[in-house]
Design a protein around this ligand. Sequence first.
Ligand code: 8YV
Length: 325
Amino acid sequence: MTRVLAIGIYADIDHTALVEEEGAAMLATLDDLAGMPQADRDRIEAVAYRGHAPFGPDQMALLPRLRVIANNGVGYDAIDVAAATERGIVVTNTPGVLNDDVADLAVAMLVAQSRDFERGMRAVRDGSWAQTGELPLARKLSGRTVGILGMGRIGREIADRLVAFKCRIHYQSRTPKDTPAGWTYHADPVDLARGVDDLVVSVVGGPATEGMVSARVLDALGPDGVLVNISRGSVVDEAALIEALEQGRIRGAALDVFRNEPDVDPRLARLPNLLPLPHVGSATVETRAAMGALQRRNLRAMLEGHAPETPVNDPAAVVRQAAGG
Ligand code: 8YV
């Protein structure tokens, strides 16, 4: 039995590489872990993880020799990093390689929602254009003031793209960032929403940002505003968003992420002023190949006793923790 376990559903290119290059055993879901023979689980030192099911102390306890969880994705909110650190387990993720894809999608969703692509596509496809004639006018995006909630690597790529659309940039983050002259910083999400026309959510998912886009943020954005979310469904108070969309308290939303994916709340999914996508932010051949390669490099580095490229927790501190330091 191998010392590498890959958990999750992988594209063929990654599945093949994990099995043939890393010698990994494959497990479809984290739930299947308990069903593995204990002798096999006792040999696992490295997990290549792809998924959003919680990877916490109970799962880690099933793998007593685990030293690294190499996540396939930049978002690691499914992994209890504190618990991993406590157990001497290094966690890695795949930042950077997906910035362009996710930023491209965020801007594309804002354009598509602002210009009502879905209504136009439906009118051509169902033939109603011939009957109804010209569609209702949509709204211009260029020149609007757009707020970026979370000015990390992806948020910065989104903002840089929107500058090319002649948009004025406002942003919120825990502290001001080194940004071009003229970008406006807000410490508070409500203050940001109040100061912009449209709002793009690009904060990291997890307990610290749970429900950050609240009813107050939505009301501050207002009836002419569009909300875009490409981060995590947990960041948005989804019940408040449904109500705001139903009552027209915001103009529309474009979501690539949802609570309880892939089972989207039907009240939300059917709203005419929602543009929904099925968590495809990084879903291109090029980017998923780059994510998988980075995940495997991180995993291999740890197994060979080297520092991983993109650790989430500090490997040196984790090793000291493991040594009882
Ligand atoms: C992936 C993502 O869909 O990177 C992330 O955090 O959410 C997406 O890129 C997911 O991680 C599975 O690879």
